[in-house]
Ligand binder design. Structure first.
Ligand code: C5P
Ligand code: MG
Length: 193
């Protein structure tokens, strides 16, 4: 069986990963899987043994162990019947990266990393704004500080890892969604998946 094609979608909280993935799905044949959304779903699932552990990490802005996140991703990939995936918000740290490589090396190829690079003050404004309606337990100043800390300390090294492999497309994410998407289209059109 042919391997899955994967684009990782990374960037700080509020950088616009989900917004851009929604636009991509409308225009290209990709299945969007948000690691954060899958974890929030698992947290809500009746009978989940991981609910409390996940909520603890989400509030603290820390990263859930990869065994949980990667198996949610793997199952969603299998269930979708698709071949091309946008995996949004993963891998967030070295544990995520190592776990992915171990579990997915034979079944998926990382074709590109879309890195949405956005200034911290813009990210904070967007998340606090989203917090008015999102109902998310982590769109508040206290959790945001921790999420930004995790991003700078644990996620940036992962982006650097993929830069060294020449797999990163650096996108300027402070512009309007449509303007950012114009740049995204150039990357995807070149990839031709
Ligand atoms: O990507 P998103 O902002 O939705 O992620 C929300 C939270 O979900 C993160 O701050 C983190 O606590 C958790 N998460 C995780 N591992 C991932 C993605 C998200 O632990 N790979
Ligand atoms: Mg998101």
């Amino acid at each position: 069986m042919a391997k899955y094609n994967v684009l990782f979608v990374l960037g700080g909280p509020g950088a616009g990963k989900g917004t851009q993935c929604d636009l991509i799905v409308k225009n290209y044949d990709y299945k969007h899987l948000s690691a954060g959304d899958l974890l929030r779903e698992e947290r809500q699932r009746a009978g989940s043994q991981y609910g409390e552990e996940i909520e603890g990490h989400i509030r603290a802005g820390t990263i859930v162990p990869v065994e949980i996140t990667c198996s949610l991703l793997q199952r969603a990939m299998e269930d979708s019947g698709k071949k091309n995936f946008l995996i949004d918000g993963f891998p967030r740290n070295k544990d995520n990266l190592d776990g992915w490589n171990k579990a997915m090396d034979d079944v998926a190829t990382v074709r590109r990393v879309l890195f949405f690079d956005c200034r911290e003050d813009v990210c904070v404004d967007r998340c606090l704004n989203r917090g008015k309606t999102s109902g998310r337990s982590d769109d508040n100043m206290e959790s945001l500080k921790k999420r930004i800390h995790t991003y700078n300390n644990s996620t940036m090294p992962i982006i650097d890892h993929y830069k060294a492999l020449d797999l990163v497309s650096h996108l300027h994410a402070e512009k309007t969604p449509d303007e950012v998407f114009d740049d995204v289209k150039k990357v995807l059109d070149e990839l031709k998946l």
